[in-house]
Design a protein around this ligand. Structure first.
Ligand code: HEC
Length: 144
């Protein structure tokens, strides 16, 4: 048995390997180019949708003046102390604070995955109401 001639192998191998890989490289380069052209414009569109400029005054937000009236109008029909739907009472600061602290209040009104979207059976709260509630919670959800 004789070993195959080395020189012949070296000459043939690169030639044989290059031919099939060439089109793949071209496809990769073209799609990379397409992505780099498309991505910035897509990103811009999404950002506009996610953060639309809305006129919403989130200054001087308080529990009694802001949050409580939103709850009275949209939530207490089901979550008052008397009705207590699903065992959830949001009437009164201390009762609400439980759901502020465990994150379910914000998760529900923001319609985040893993939470029951609230108010049930109605449209999501106006964006400005949600922003005001977020501001109140960010500032420590004071009983003011
Ligand atoms: C029409 C009745 C109704 C209204 C109005 C309503 N809810 Fe609910 N809520 C329910 C029911 C029923 C459940 C239990 C749903 C479930 O477990 O899927 C619930 C569950 C919840 C939960 C627990 C969610 C979770 O995923 O753990 C929170 C928090 C909540 N509601 C807050 C609110 C808030 C805040 C509002 C007003 C913006 C509101 N709800 C309006 C009926 C209502």
């Amino acid at each position: 048995m004789q070993a195959p001639p080395i020189i012949e192998n070296r000459l043939f191998e690169p030639k044989f390997k290059r031919i099939p890989t060439y089109p793949m490289k071209r496809i990769f380069c073209l799609s990379a180019l397409a992505f780099s052209l498309l991505f910035p414009s897509c990103y811009y569109d999404v950002e506009e949708e996610l953060y639309p400029e809305i006129d919403c005054d989130t200054q001087n937000v308080t529990y009694s003046g802001t949050v409580q009236p939103i709850l009275s109008e949209n939530c207490l029909v089901c979550h008052s102390a008397a009705v207590n739907t699903a065992g959830i009472t949001l009437e009164g600061y201390n009762n609400l604070k439980v759901y502020v602290d465990n994150g379910r209040f914000l998760g529900a009104i923001q319609h985040r995955p893993g939470f029951s979207p609230m108010p049930q059976g109605a449209a999501q709260l106006p964006e400005c109401d949600i922003l005001k509630i977020e501001e109140w919670i960010t500032s420590g959800a004071p009983n003011n």
